[in-house]
Design a protein. Structure first.
Length: 322
């Protein structure tokens, strides 16, 4: 998504503005473009967002967002970093955000308190660093949502999606490649159990995979789903999380997190189920491979054509359409 937003900003500057830093036609055309893109793609292409995309392209090079520590940051981080006018400070904040795993709130706090400037001017840099670390620890504890990726790339399974796949096949493949799976999960994850037994009144239940995150200080239950996510999957995992909290969670542990890894998302379920706004239950899509260069180029070509068509329609006389 970050790279897609950069490409949208590039199209606005190079095609809508003819390469100029600022559009000669003013803000009205940007609003018209937002209306067209909103009708075609839905939410996410408002005029303020398009301004951010344009600024993103003008602030960062493609190499910076792909081949430097910046490549590990999300869009919300970049929106904060673009507020920093000094390129050296902006680059430093980006490196620190990655190496120190700063959340968006932590990065916002450090920028707002001029952490970089105070560090440069202070004769006691250790004290400044200690103060910043204390503020992060006290006021911005790590959030589960910051540790959940979407999608997860499971190309190390060396498989292709097929009708004969079952959850147990994916589960076995992940355990066979446990080290690579832990790296893909992200920071702080440790493997605990497979098919962890839970007793729910007079019934037996089994959680596919159990991990513990020592940064979040909580258990993470992972359920695997081949096919489209359903509300029954969400309800089942919610029950597992509640039972696990009651039966397994120890004093000092934070609330258990549940994650469904599914091969196909269901936006209606994501929007109208417990997943909406939850800090304990999540669903992420997994992909058995990264898109090829050709696939990425085809997608960018398609997006470029759509924006160019919107521009042609926009400039038709008397409000006509192409």
């Amino acid at each position: 998504m970050v790279q897609a937003y950069w490409q949208v900003g590039k199209l606005i500057v190079e095609h809508e503005q003819g390469g100029e830093d600022r559009a000669a036609y003013g803000a009205n055309t940007l609003q018209l473009l937002a209306d067209r893109l909103g009708q075609e793609f839905g939410r996410g292409f408002s005029a303020p967002n398009l301004r951010n995309f344009r600024q993103f392209f003008l602030t960062y090079t493609q190499e910076e967002i792909c081949y430097t520590p910046c490549s590990e940051l999300g869009w919300s981080h970049f929106r904060l970093l673009m507020r920093v006018a000094d390129p050296a400070a902006r680059q430093w904040y980006a490196r620190e955000a990655v190496s120190q795993t700063w959340s968006v709130a932590a990065l916002d706090r450090q920028i707002s308190t001029l952490y970089y400037q105070r560090l440069l001017s202070s004769q006691d840099q250790a004290a400044v660093k200690s103060e910043a670390a204390t503020l992060i620890e006290q006021n911005a504890p790590p959030r589960p949502r910051d540790f959940i990726r979407d999608p997860y790339i499971l190309e190390f399974l060396d498989g292709q999606p097929q009708a004969s796949w079952y959850e147990k096949d994916v589960e076995q493949g992940l355990l066979d490649q446990l080290q690579k799976f832990l790296l893909e999960l992200g920071k702080g994850f440790a493997f605990v159990a497979r098919q962890r037994h839970l007793r729910i009144e007079d019934e037996d239940a089994f959680v596919d995979l159990v991990f513990y995150n020592y940064i979040l200080k909580c258990f993470v239950l992972i359920e695997l789903k081949v096919g489209k996510l359903s509300h029954q999957d969400v309800g089942q995992l919610d029950m597992y999380v509640r039972v696990f909290d009651q039966q397994i969670r120890q004093e000092g542990d934070n609330p258990t997190i549940g994650l469904i890894l599914c091969s196909e998302r269901n936006e209606a379920v994501a929007r109208y189920s417990l997943l909406a706004g939850s800090e304990q239950i999540f669903a992420s899509r997994y992909q058995p491979w990264l898109p090829t260069v050709a696939e990425l180029q085809a997608e960018l070509t398609r997006d470029r054509a759509l924006i160019e068509n919107a521009q042609v329609v926009q400039h038709q006389p008397d409000g006509g359409t192409a």
